[in-house]
Design a protein. Sequence first.
Length: 132
Amino acid sequence: RLPLTIMAVLMIAFVPLIIFFALTYGALGGAIAWLVLHVLYVFLGTWLMHRYLLRGVGGRWLFQDIGVPFVLSILAGAIGHYIIQRSGSPAYMQLIGGCMLALAASALSLSVSPQLRAAVRNGLGRGNRARA
């Protein structure tokens, strides 16, 4: 019942939000409305879920499992943007550099989250057992 309530509240807020932003800013406004919806979902959903079901876990989950990978991704994107703006490299070299930065951000995110490392280890372990 809780996820249904969260989604109902978000949809009630989202419909006027998307109409306003889309009419005011066009396609970019529609994208902004989706961004606002997902940000609201992360904070409202986390607050409600961890208030009623998973007490005491919400802040740690939001900081460690969402915040740290988000900051690392933003840093990788900013570094990539700076490098692309400064280099006169061909497009394929920029693409390779962007992929390497994305891989580095993913590896850093894996290294700082014990739960994520365990999930990856379990997932890889299952794949090896299925082949045997």
